[in-house]
Design a protein around this ligand. Structure first.
Ligand code: CBF
Length: 834
């Protein structure tokens, strides 16, 4: 079909940005898209109308980006991730469009509360925590830096569960995030792909008489793409997040239906759609379930097939796949891409093995996000073969060639061969996904300096020794657009008034704030802003939990997934220590504190759930004890998610980053807190190390063993009881928990925590206890000197430039992906056939 050669201009209602345009557009969307007259509209209708008004203003950028990339055959980054924790879109899109203020004015002028509409949006919780949120920050920076990008992932019908707290226990509630529709996505059924599973393989001779392999799958599902635009900050770039939904090839099996088997007829649909039904709610842990492998293969195959379609659409020969695409594997979850790309190139595109292998390695790169052994993915061979028989063959072939190379490089080292093999044969046989990712990638990186070093010394040591040139560090970063501009408008205004707005895209410019640390007016404004934000959070705590918290207390916050290695229970040991001091001397002079916790526990992680219960139990006792006189308060904030996080980071005085050294790969919450002027109490773990380097030791509360000391302590034979016996304060804390003091006299309730600490204490809480408490005492002392504290707070924010995800992404672009920005052209009308 050929369009007439003319420029079509769009009416102002779809693209206009004057206040009048925005008002008209909003009302029009309410009436015609949402189908409601104002008299009958609900809050959600208003939100939807606003979302559509914003989406209309994105469309031109999105289409122009697609046209530019197609015309230029642009090299494209494909970020493959099983999780994208995007957070609410509305406010963020308005910021990136530069329309936040005009839209607020327009909506307010209509008599509708704009802030309520922003709050009305739910969030697509398609991730567990750090890894998924990092992917979202990276999409933001890729667009801001004008890098052609596709994010590829899974459109889970149910994202991370909603957390309720009942009687102190976590209760999981299904997250029906699509219930009211999703105005930000567009289904693209025309690009549906077919994904095979199961069956067997066979060999055949092609027309030239050459033997080839063929996969004869037992069943297939359809992958339907849903696209969401990801905007760059005040540039024309709108990239795409493409999430795949699984559907049955036929909704009904008519044969079964005709024979009266109604259940059988719909079952195929149910089984297929199960693949993208729900996000596995585990962070840093694997479960080895077949459905999870199905999910991984499903989205990887959909995405690679999509790339091949794009290559063909742009008439680029398949031999140039690695020139067109740079594919990043976000952890091992998409590592099956190594075998799948080989299958597609060899079996379907008929490239030779060696050529396909060179393309695969040149295309793929792998980011490792954890050193925890329980998070290293491996799949039982039988399970793997049943689902992906052809991939197992391909993996065997890759392995055989790889083992031959290793054998030559490291002569007579069978132990090394066994460790590096893609197949774990030490007992029951498994496919090792990290090994597969390493072998199939040209670049491997960790996510903070310490983590990247430890990777080379521990889990990936053999691979480092084999190909050191592949390894690098890419310290994580977070987007200042969401985590400063959107979350903290007051601080943004203050900073911009002083140094201009360049810092929003060049965070190093925050260093200019250092010149104001001796300016009393600036410090006063800085402090008042913090107090005002604390008041907002205090109000919401009062409303939601009925607890009064004072904004003159230190807001001491630990928000992150609940995990033993993150040591929320170490925080509790300190709280109980303070409480014990008060009980011993009710008139003691202590710096008031509000301890806030938030985070979800994996539903099957008993200890983590018990830790939540312990926080609740301690808070119940402390908050109502008259001796405490409100000087310390403890609150567990339920259902911590991106939306809520945006209210939390700006309100913090103290950021708790207290994981056992060597366990947290990077952390990213630590960066978000510090950018918003919180001081950190932390161990030398993950990115804390670099945060401290940047902020300066004098502006960071450091405690605890180093990763090396932790290793030594364990090697020597760590005995937690020795610490307990030697420290009367620690004894009192543990005994109080064990005695049932926090559990209405029930001595058994928290026994698993007590026993675990007393008998093994795998995360060395006892070893770090004294150092932590002393450090907390220094925090309390420092907070008393408000001038000094404010200076430290300003310096922390001023020196966080390196933790912008723009810096991280620039490093990936330069060192791993070799991509350059592409400026998206602007058009006058929306459609020109010329
Ligand atoms: O790199 C992003 C984050 O990933 C994790 O959350 C993960 O899922 N493996 C790590 O635990 C974090 O340390 C890291 O910041």
């Amino acid at each position: 079909m050929q369009l007439r050669n003319e420029l079509v201009r769009v009416e102002a209602d779809r693209t206009g940005t004057t206040i009048d345009n925005l008002k008209r557009a909003f009302l029009e969307n309410l009436y015609y898209v949402q189908g409601k007259p104002p008299a009958l509209a609900t809050l959600n209708d208003y939100y939807m109308a606003l979302a559509h008004t914003v989406r209309d203003r994105i469309m031109q950028r999105w289409n122009n980006s697609a046209i530019t990339y197609t015309e230029n055959q642009s090299r494209t980054v494909c970020y493959l991730s099983a999780e994208f924790l995007m957070g609410p879109h509305l406010g963020n899109n308005l910021i990136n469009l530069g329309l936040y203020e005009p839209m607020k004015q327009a909506i307010d002028e209509l008599g509708i509360n704009f802030d309520e509409l922003i709050e009305e949006e739910g969030e697509p919780g398609l991730g567990n925590g750090g890894l998924g949120r990092l992917a979202a920050c990276y999409l933001d920076s890729l667009a801001a830096l004008e890098i052609p990008t596709m994010g590829y992932g899974i459109r889970y019908e149910f994202g991370i569960f909603k957390q309720d707290i009942r009687d102190g226990w976590q209760v999981e509630i299904t997250d029906k995030w699509l219930r009211n529709g999703n105005p930000w996505e567009l289904a693209r059924p025309e690009w549906t792909v077919s994904i095979p599973f199961g069956g067997h393989t066979e060999s055949y001779r092609n027309s030239q008489g050459v033997y080839r392999a063929r996969w004869v799958p037992a069943w297939e599902v359809k992958g339907v793409p849903y696209d969401t635009p990801t905007l760059g900050y005040k540039v024309n770039t709108a990239n795409t997040l493409r999430l795949w939904k699984a559907e049955a090839p036929e909704s009904f099996d008519f044969q079964a239906f005709n024979t009266g088997d109604y259940y059988g007829a719909v079952n195929a649909k149910v089984v297929s759609e199960n693949i993208t039904k729900v996000l596995y709610p585990n962070d840093d842990e694997i479960q080895g379930k077949v459905l999870r492998l199905q999910q991984q293969f499903f989205f990887v195959s959909c995405s690679l097939q999509d790339m091949i379609r794009i290559m063909k659409g742009q008439k680029i020969p398949m031999e140039r796949f690695h020139e067109k695409f740079a594919v990043q594997l976000n952890d091992t979850h998409p590592a099956i891409a190594v075998a799948e790309l080989m299958r597609l190139l060899v079996d379907q595109e008929f490239l030779g093995w060696d050529e396909a292998w060179a393309i695969t390695q040149n295309t793929l790169a792998y980011t490792n996000h954890t050193l925890l052994p329980e998070a290293l993915e491996r799949w039982q061979i039988d399970l793997f073969r049943d689902l992906l028989p052809r991939h197992l063959e391909i993996i065997y072939e890759i392995n055989q060639r790889f083992m031959d190379d290793v054998r030559v490089k490291f002569i007579d080292d069978d132990a090394r061969l066994a460790r590096m093999s893609l197949i774990d044969e030490s007992g029951e046989r498994y496919v090792r996904m990290a090994n597969l990712a390493c072998v199939g990638s040209h670049a491997i990186n960790g996510v903070a300096a310490l983590h990247s070093e430890l990777l080379k010394q521990t889990v990936l040591k053999d691979f480092y020794e084999y190909s050191p040139e592949k390894f690098s560090n890419k310290t994580n970063g977070v987007t200042p657009r969401r985590f400063m501009v959107l979350s903290n408008p007051r601080l943004t205004q203050l900073i911009t008034d002083r140094i201009g707005s360049g810092w929003i895209t060049d965070l190093e410019q925050l260093r200019q704030l250092e010149q104001f640390i001796d300016d009393p007016a600036f410090c006063q404004q800085w402090r008042s802003i913090k107090q005002a934000i604390k008041q907002d959070l205090a109000d919401s705590i009062q409303k939601d939990y009925g607890v009064d918290v004072s904004i003159d207390s230190i807001f001491d916050i630990q928000v992150k997934r609940i995990h033993e290695y993150k040591r929320q229970h170490l925080n509790l040991l300190h709280i109980i220590t303070l409480y014990n001091r008060i009980k011993a001397n009710p008139n003691i002079d202590i710096t008031p504190r509000t301890f806030l916790f938030g985070g979800k526990a994996a539903p099957g992680y008993f200890m983590a759930k018990l830790m939540i219960k312990l926080v609740s139990a301690v808070s119940e006792v402390i908050n109502r004890d008259p001796d405490v006189r409100g000087r310390i308060k403890v609150v567990f904030l339920k259902n911590y998610n991106v939306k809520f996080a945006q209210h939390v980071y700006p309100a913090a005085d103290l950021s708790e980053q207290i994981s056992t050294a060597g366990k947290e790969a990077s952390g990213t919450g630590n960066m978000k807190f510090a950018m918003n002027g919180a001081l950190t109490i932390g161990t030398l773990d993950g990115a804390n190390v670099e945060i401290m380097e940047q902020a300066g030791e004098e502006n960071f509360f450091l405690f605890g063993l180093t990763a090396e000391e932790v290793r030594e302590r364990k090697a020597r034979g760590y005995d937690p009881k020795a610490y307990y016996n030697a420290n009367p304060n620690l004894q009192l804390v543990i005994d109080r928990i064990a005695s049932g003091f926090f559990s209405h006299g029930d001595k058994t309730l928290f026994q698993p925590i007590v026993d675990n600490l007393m008998q093994s204490d795998p995360y060395l809480l006892f070893a770090d206890y004294q150092s932590y408490v002393e450090c907390q005492d220094r925090v309390a002392e420092a907070y008393r000197d408000q001038d000094k504290w404010t200076r430290m707070s300003i310096l922390n924010a001023a020196r966080m430039g390196m933790f912008s995800s723009d810096r991280s992404i620039q490093e990936y672009c330069d060192d791993i992906w070799n991509v350059k920005p592409v400026t998206v052209k602007e058009t006058e009308g929306f459609c020109s056939a010329t």
